[in-house]
Design a binder for this molecule. Structure first.
Ligand code: SDX
Length: 432
């Protein structure tokens, strides 16, 4: 941290305020405006927090101009090529890549925490079979605090670790149970001898009436997708987890708040919206019509899976996922090749269009991921649930970082009020 300052001068009073500049390891410096209101009586105004740093973090860094994403300093391309999701979970939580012994112990702990309380499993019977899986997952995760009282003392590091392992271990079980309930099929219990993604595939697709053979490509593809979706600095859902957690609420409720935020089509719900959009477009001859709709200010339609608040270049995750699409379709789900061809054609036409070029709109992480999920036999309604499984470790890592930060305090933004000025109550017989 340097002691460089920016000087702010009040145009009316001439009062000056020195804003301290903090320089980071990577990325833009920040200005501390904490004294602004007290000294000059004004707030900053930044709807959507596009230019506002809300915290100090050591977890993930994104360079939107260069299309760079690093977890704890490691480029996403290297982690995607050499690591595993369970190892990335350890890295995000602990800040360093694990030794073989640390990885084995962490993996064992996650494998042995995958079951959920049997009573919690019965919660699913309270949902209609056609409830959206995200609604079921949100509700059941929020209910976890009613079952796991012994890991909600947020001031105890040991409790925080128990929560972290339970949350990461149980989210696939909850996700798979939501899917099975929507099918009217019996729940499939986790197996401790299966890896994280193999366990999920088994819980999603196995049935008690016959043996089920787990496809290696499904495990490999999910492991890669989960690495790519694991964290993304202060995105909407992670910021929601931090804000909810800043009140001191139990961690399961903070994660449930994050799941709710992720569901939106502008955020994690986009992967579901991309497939719905591609199916609505139908074939390449219709692409021009939809690109025109996306450019039409009077049309609410947006090209789902395109654009990003931070990336004004290619989302590095989309590049990696597109390659995996080809690999998966070579092995399974050939009937979805038409969706991939349509997506590639749509991308090529959009990226040649002045509107998308001028606004720096590129495919994001959600543009291709749904094609893989569809090819693996996962229904569109489960796509955002898959995103939530992966992002749970990111939410947990940020929650832990916030709770452990001695400078952390309850989040409470201010506003620019443009409502009515002060006025007196009018008795009802005096109102016109
Ligand atoms: C994720 O933050 C994260 O890190 C999120 C995420 C993560 O890992 O956590 O990366 C995951 O949420 C990816 C984004 C998934 N969402 C979508 O694919 C939905 C479609 N994209 C958009 O709705 C939009 O691009 C956002 C929400 C992603 C970003 O919106 P911004 O930053 O608020 O940008 P904006 O809405 O102000 O758009 C800037 C301009 C606008 O035009 P003008 O008003 O300047 O004329 O670009 C236009 C927008 O109309 N625009 C689009 C567009 N996205 C932006 N026009 C057509 N199609 C689009 N997809």
């Amino acid at each position: 941290m340097t002691d460089k300052h920016y000087t702010l001068i009040d145009p009316e009073s001439g009062a000056e305020l020195q804003l301290k500049r903090y320089d980071p390891t990577l990325g833009p410096s920040v200005l501390d405006i904490g004294a602004l209101y007290g000294k000059l009586g004004v707030f900053t105004h930044d709807p959507g927090f596009g230019a506002t740093s809300c915290c100090e973090s050591n977890i993930t860094f994104i360079d939107g101009e260069k299309g760079v994403l690093v977890y704890r300093g490691y480029p996403i391309e290297q982690l995607a090529e050499h690591s595993s999701f369970i190892e990335v979970c350890y890295l995000l939580l602990h800040g360093e890549l694990p030794t073989p012994a640390q990885l084995a112990a962490f993996d064992e702990s996650i494998r042995t925490h995958t079951m959920i309380n049997e009573t919690l499993l019965r919660f699913f019977n309270g949902f209609h079979h056609d409830a959206h899986p995200m609604a079921m997952v949100t509700g059941v995760v929020a209910s976890m605090s009613a079952f796991y009282h012994d890991s909600t003392n947020i001031s105890d590091p040991a409790d925080r670790e128990v929560f972290a392992h339970r949350m990461i271990a149980k989210i696939p079980t909850i996700a798979a149970a939501a899917y099975k309930h929507s099918l009217g099929q019996p729940f499939v219990y986790p197996k401790n001898d299966l890896s994280y993604c193999a366990n999920l595939v088994n819980m999603l697709f196995a049935v008690p009436s016959e043996s089920y053979e787990i496809k290696p490509i499904a495990v490999e593809a999910l492991d890669l997708l989960f690495i790519l979706h694991a964290d993304h600095e202060q995105n909407c859902s992670t910021s929601t987890v931090r804000l909810a957690g800043s009140s001191g609420t139990n961690p399961y409720s903070a994660i449930a708040a994050g799941i709710s935020a992720l569901w939106g089509p502008a955020h994690g719900g986009a992967n579901e919206a991309v497939i719905n959009m591609l199916e609505e477009i139908g074939d390449a001859s219709q692409i021009g019509k939809y690109i025109a709709k996306a450019k039409d200010k009077n049309d609410p339609f947006r090209l789902m899976g395109f654009g990003h608040r931070v990336y004004k270049n290619y989302d590095p995750r989309a590049t990696i996922i597109r390659k995996m699409c080809h690999r998966v379709l070579e092995t399974v789900g050939q009937e979805n090749a038409v969706l991939l061809e349509l997506a590639v054609e749509l991308e090529q036409l959009a990226l040649k269009d002045e509107y998308f070029i001028e606004k720096n709109l590129y495919p994001n992480v959600d543009f291709y991921s749904g094609i893989i999920y569809r090819a693996l036999g996962i229904p569109t309604s489960m796509f955002t649930v898959m995103f939530a499984i992966a992002r749970t470790v990111g939410w947990v890592a940020h929650w832990q970082e916030m709770v452990a930060d001695p400078k952390s305090r309850i989040g409470r933004p201010r506003q620019l009020y443009n409502g009515p000025g002060l006025r007196d109550y009018a008795p009802i017989n005096k109102r016109d």
